[in-house]
Design a protein around this ligand. Structure first.
Ligand code: ZN
Length: 330
């Protein structure tokens, strides 16, 4: 974004093209927030959040105008008129907005708009030659993606527990929202470095308490190997074939504890094995667990203690998710 540009300047800049006029008609340029601040509000830029992000997308909050609202909200199951405007002027920024718009426009995900993903109101653009010093001219090319403002984020990007502190119902619903997206042929992030790309700020809580996933800048088409619905009773292995679903389900900790483990004094796991609820400590082969060098009695006690801890986690998991399971609709 050229330095010093305000959103009003951008709208002004886009005024001469049809797409810009459409954008101007769509937004209410006179509205204020509940606290009296003039809209649009500049939220932040993608670069500010993440220094390695070269797209430098500026994000504003604005409001749909009354005329646009009636038309646009008619088919949307949403009560808000607030929109998020993502504006880019760099080539990479524009590419990422175009990619995001293509995802929203994909016929397979249209029915998710206003629910698992935001309503999409359009991608607008303007390209104008700008006089530089002397005779040289340059072209300024701006794009603006307009989306429903869906709620508040679950937490900051450095808050690793942001999802974990949500209710089990919300965690399960978030995993399911990802699953639904995958079943519609879209994955949110590229397959590499998922843990680095995953951002808690991309999960929002709607007013009705349901999750909404945002930011499809890196989203792509995807044939998901997980054809079965995520149901806790189906156990974790159904998402084993899909890295993103596996990641989000692990991150939301929706599965029962899978491993019993023994730690050293520093808390590092030194032995772990698949936990089977109906198996007693005596049933385990100490050699198979890698404990053959220890005194059998000591080893047995360690196994027993590890099993008890794992069982306690199982019981907590069952208690936490009891309601979520009961209300789960496959
Ligand atoms: Zn998948």
């Amino acid at each position: 974004m050229p330095l010093g540009w305000r959103f009003e300047d951008i709208i002004e800049f886009m005024h001469d093209v049809a797409s810009g006029r459409e954008l101007r008609t769509m937004l209410d340029t006179t509205s204020r927030t509940e606290s009296g601040e003039q809209l649009p509000l500049h939220l932040h830029s993608s670069k500010g959040d993440c220094q390695w992000d070269p797209t430098n997308i500026m994000i504003y909050v604005h409001r749909l105008s009354a005329g646009a609202t009636t038309e646009m909200l008619r088919c949307a199951d949403t009560s808000t008129n607030d929109v998020v405007c993502k504006v880019a002027s760099t080539e990479l920024g524009r590419k990422s907005l175009v990619n995001e718009a293509r995802i929203y426009e994909d016929p397979r995900v249209l029915h998710l708009q206003g629910k698992e993903i935001p309503m999409f109101y359009g991608l607008f653009e303007a390209r104008t030659p700008v006089q530089r010093c002397g005779d040289s001219t340059d072209t300024t090319h701006i794009m603006c993606l307009v989306l429903e403002k869906c709620g508040s984020t679950i937490g900051a990007d450095d808050d690793k527990d942001a999802l974990l502190v949500q209710t089990p119902e919300f965690r399960l619903a978030t995993a399911r929202a990802y699953w639904t997206l995958h079943q519609c042929g879209i994955r949110k992030e590229s397959p590499y470095e998922l843990s680095k790309l995953f951002r808690p700020s991309n999960i929002l809580i709607r007013e009705d308490g349901s999750p909404c996933i945002i930011d499809f800048a890196r989203a792509s088409k995807h044939i998901c190997p997980c054809g079965v619905n995520i149901h806790p009773a189906e156990k974790w292995y159904i998402v084993k074939g899909c890295d993103e679903l596996g990641f989000i389900c692990d991150y939301a900790r929706i599965w029962p504890p899978r491993f019993a483990y023994i730690t050293n004094n520093d808390g590092d796991i030194v032995y772990q094995w698949h936990y089977l609820r109906d198996q007693a400590a005596e049933d385990y082969d100490l050699e198979e667990l890698g404990l053959e060098d220890l005194e059998p009695n000591v080893a047995l006690e360690m196994v027993q203690a590890a099993l008890e801890k794992c069982e306690a986690r199982w019981v907590k998991w069952e208690t936490d998710f009891a309601y979520a399971f009961a209300t789960w609709q496959a």
